[in-house]
Design a binder for this molecule. Sequence first.
Ligand code: SF4
Length: 405
Amino acid sequence: MTRDKQGKKPLELYIHIPFCEKKCNYCDFLSFRALPQVHREYTDQLCREIRAAGNGLREFQAVTIFIGGGTPSVFDPLLIRKIMETVGESFSLDPEAEATIEVNPGTLLRNKLPVYRSCGINRLSIGLQSADNGELAWLGRIHSFEDFLKTFQYARMEGFSNISVDLMSGIPGQTLDSWKNTLKRTAMLKPEHISAYSLIVEEGTPFGAIYGPEHAGSGQAADMGRGWPPLPDEDAEYKIYAYTRSYLDSQGYGRYEISNYARPGRECRHNIGYWTEVPYLGLGLGASSYVRGCRFSNVRDLDSYMSLDFAAGDGEEALAALHGPVQRLTKEERMEEFMFLGLRMVRGVSELDFAAMFGTKLTSVYGPVLERLKRDGLIRRDGVRIALTEWGMDVSNFVLSEFLL
Ligand code: SF4
């Protein structure tokens, strides 16, 4: 792990805002609706947590901040300012830190964006999902494509020069043509970064009840009688996936991870840090962390979170209660993570980094697996790095599972 000039180790901060205006039909994230008063009380408690956590992590310097959710942009922007100020007071911050906030185009952003800029946020991640208003309605999103266009224009006018747009494939009623239209209308705006994830039907969501595994194979939603359109079939999904790669490539977006594309030099530093074992600290309800070789997650119940007393003593007792059981990863688990996360990136993993980190050669741990995957055309090795081939990326779930120890 490299250190800065003051000898501090890099740390990524993730800050969770668990509030949304309305729950989307596919969403199983920790998010819910709450009154503005709750937003304010949560922010106060979050700031107490940030101060207590910063006290105990003096050997680190924050190199990225990612305010995610939920929908951070439902907040009054002054609450976001307060959070950013508290981070600045509580952590040593890299002056060049990448600071991202996730925004929803349905949350009236015009007056919020200048506040974000003025408090040090330099990257926006806009959740669009689709340029088709019918598809957005099936997803239960609160915005239209036109809302997104306005948000994007305001953001540029405000001087944001690093914008990411989130898109979603595999959604009800989507066709290859509608996806092409979504990609085209997005790329025309020239955002610096595009994420294109496939919808995952999660149990316990409205989509789980309509499109869950018990209905798989029928090609029909359970509730077709009420007009829910079917999900794209496997063939359409594959065509969508293959088209995404080639179209975005033709528009100057390099794929740097299974689902992420960027203009040169605009890859998301926060994500790359996560995939390359940079420690990260999750702050706020339910946020996960990986610090000093240990993994832990904050409590997920809002009342329990709000009742913690970070002001008592140096806050250590409250932090221990917040983090719950801490899991120290074994060397084998860390090796698995190194491979799982690193191979998600197109550049793959470095054999030298593996040796430096674990004191043993990558080939002495994974030799037979590497030979087999290379023979099958799923990975490539150039003597320095190991990476998935295009085909390996297509079947990444299978390939990555081969690295379990
Ligand atoms: S806006 Fe995002 S976090 Fe909120 S319900 Fe929709 S998908 Fe979930």
